[in-house]
Design a binder for this molecule. Structure first.
Ligand code: CA
Length: 239
């Protein structure tokens, strides 16, 4: 893994120092922004590999900065920090565009696990971009997706999906480990003409699981993230 450029946006000095200390274990070069204005300037000035973003800041807050970063064409993983778990519940309900969330105070192993997963995603995306071809074939453990032919095999057995089920599966498989809430899935997979009913997502996921999962009650590909939404399993979670 090459060295990673990480922007830490945190106005509390001791927490910023703690983050910087532990990020160095991951071969990261850390830059700290201690208020929202500095974060906006630095955040948009460079191509970061990871941004760790505190929600409450002097100047523009974490939500504003997150949205600004998401308007950029290049995707950057964002880990958002919140002051307490009640605030976390509120924030994940908003469509912030953050990839993951952590409530303060957090344990170091928890922080390390989040950072590791997000940095692994950066590597995976880089590999995917390099391998982006029209005859694209995605292979995730026992699942094979032939993108152009819109065909799907699970453990060597072809499964028949509707157009929407296929789009949903492809979207998930292209973003392993990333958590999406139902609103984000409606926007990304159904597009802007969706009916806005989140139960539409649930029912499609149930039908998709019935087709691609051996045991839909214990899915290995499309996992439920309680209180937030769904994610596609990362390789280490596949059994
Ligand atoms: Ca703060």
């Amino acid at each position: 893994m090459s060295r990673k450029e990480v922007l830490v946006v945190e106005d509390e000095r001791d927490i910023a120092d703690l983050l910087a200390l532990h990020l160095k274990d991951f071969d990261c070069d850390v830059t700290v922004a201690s208020d929202g204005h500095e974060a906006m300037r630095l955040g948009l000035a460079r191509d970061w590999d990871l941004v760790i973003l505190d929600l409450r800041l002097p100047g523009p807050d974490g939500l504003t900065i997150c949205r600004a970063l998401r308007r950029e064409s290049r995707y950057v993983p964002i880990l958002m920090l919140t002051a307490k778990s009640t605030e976390l519940d509120r924030v994940v309900g908003l469509e912030t565009g953050a990839d993951d969330y952590l409530a303060k105070p957090f344990g170091i192993p928890e922080l390390q696990a989040r950072v590791k997963a997000l940095l692994r995603r950066v590597e995976a995306l880089a590999g995917e971009a390099a391998a982006d071809r029209p005859d694209e074939k995605l292979i995730r453990d026992g699942l094979t997706i032939e993108v152009e032919r819109r065909q799907v095999w699970v453990d060597g057995r072809e499964v028949q999906l509707t157009a929407r089920e296929f789009d949903l599966l492809l979207f998930f498989a292209r973003h392993p480990g990333r958590v999406f809430n139902r609103g984000q899935l409606l926007d990304q997979v159904w597009g802007y003409n969706h009916d806005g009913y989140q139960h539409t997502v649930n029912s499609h996921i149930n039908r998709l699981r019935a087709k691609v999962e051996q045991d839909p009650a214990q899915p290995r590909f499309i996992l439920t993230v309680w209180g937030i939404g769904y994610k596609f399993a990362e390789s280490r979670n596949l059994t």
